[in-house]
Design a protein around this ligand. Structure first.
Ligand SMILES: [Cu+2]
Length: 137
């Protein structure tokens, strides 16, 4: 009964236009930071790896060094079906249900902050498969 996808509706704040025109910022040349070559086709800021077992996340409360597009990679090292879900600012992202030995990967764009991650299957979260991901600047 769990796993309801809550699509967060982005609230668009429209600035009141009408009192004068907005000044265009002078075109700034912001150099793109040069980083290491991406190892996948998606440019991710960091990867959080987790092992899923009965009934825990290993690791439970990871720190992610960089905000941005974060890859979450979960491996089911348990005996029953598990999955990984992350509650981000735009809703919940998750892997499909994973069998023993299977690995699921997804990406979520996360600003700095703390985010819940958990196993969305049955009552696994209540049994202890829950933790917090801390994303630094
Ligand atoms: Cu589980």
């Amino acid at each position: 009964m769990r796993g309801g996808l809550v699509a967060a509706v982005a609230v668009v704040a429209l600035s009141a236009a009408g009192c004068g025109e907005q000044r265009d910022d002078v075109a700034r040349t912001v150099p793109e930071p040069v980083g290491p070559a991406p190892t996948t086709d998606v440019r991710t800021a960091a990867t959080a790896e987790v092992s899923l077992v009965e009934y825990a996340l290993d690791v439970r409360d990871p720190r992610v060094a960089k905000a941005g597009l974060i890859a979450f990679a979960a491996t089911n090292d348990g005996l029953v079906l598990h999955a990984l879900a992350v509650d981000g600012p735009a809703g919940t992202a998750r892997t499909p249900a994973l069998r023993l030995g299977e690995r699921g990967v997804f990406t979520v764009r996360l600003p700095p902050g703390r985010y819940k991650w958990y196993c969305p299957i049955a009552d696994h979260e209540q049994r202890g498969m829950v933790g917090r991901v801390r994303v630094a600047e």
